[in-house]
Design a protein around this ligand. Structure first.
Ligand SMILES: [Zn+2]
Length: 182
């Protein structure tokens, strides 16, 4: 299990029988919350389809570029933390997530570990329990809060991405250059 690349950000120690992952455990019984958890679970298991994956099927390297901004390869870091077309949605949730992490680990550790380290921030978003095992030592309560916020972040990004893709198909316009997208 540890070897599987699509699970590299998933804390596989928790994939035991009878062990309910935080992505499901912290879930209120509402359809909207289930939708959010579904997207999160796809990102967690590497089954959320990005251009990076599509390119692997087609072999066309041009296709790995993000269709929304055309700036670089659309991988997990680009989708979650970099794509300028999704910046507006991202900025509505990401500051809250950062604040929650800072509250958990303190300002010093935030600067030491997370500043300029998008991979680590992505890990916190996708599965913060994998950070727990490291030196950061995020407690259970904080991990649940981080999970809730990151679930919202991932879902909002997914909805916006889907709508922008649709808009792209209909109008043929590059949405990242539209007003309001930085
Ligand atoms: Zn992009």
């Amino acid at each position: 299990m540890e070897e599987k690349s699509t699970l590299k950000r998933c804390n596989t120690q928790m994939l035991k029988i009878h062990e309910v992952r935080p992505v499901w455990r912290t879930l209120p019984p509402l359809t909207y919350e289930v939708k959010k958890a579904n997207i999160k679970a796809m990102l967690l298991t590497g089954t959320y389809l990005l251009q990076e994956h599509i390119q692997r099927f087609t072999g066309n390297t041009e296709e790995q570029k993000c269709q929304l901004c055309q700036i670089e390869k659309e991988d997990m870091v680009h989708f979650t933390l970099r794509c300028p077309a999704l910046n507006e949605q991202r900025q509505k949730v990401l500051p809250e997530l950062k604040q929650q992490i800072v509250n958990s680990i303190g300002q010093n550790k935030w600067h030491e570990h997370f500043m300029g380290n998008k991979e680590l921030l992505l890990q916190a978003i996708i599965d913060c329990t994998k950070l727990e095992m490291n030196i950061l030592n995020i407690n259970q309560k904080s991990a649940i809060e981080i999970e809730k916020i990151s679930r919202k972040l991932c879902y909002d990004l997914h909805v916006t991405r889907t709508l922008l893709h649709l808009q792209l198909v209909i109008t043929g316009q590059n949405v990242a250059k539209s007003p309001g997208c930085k």
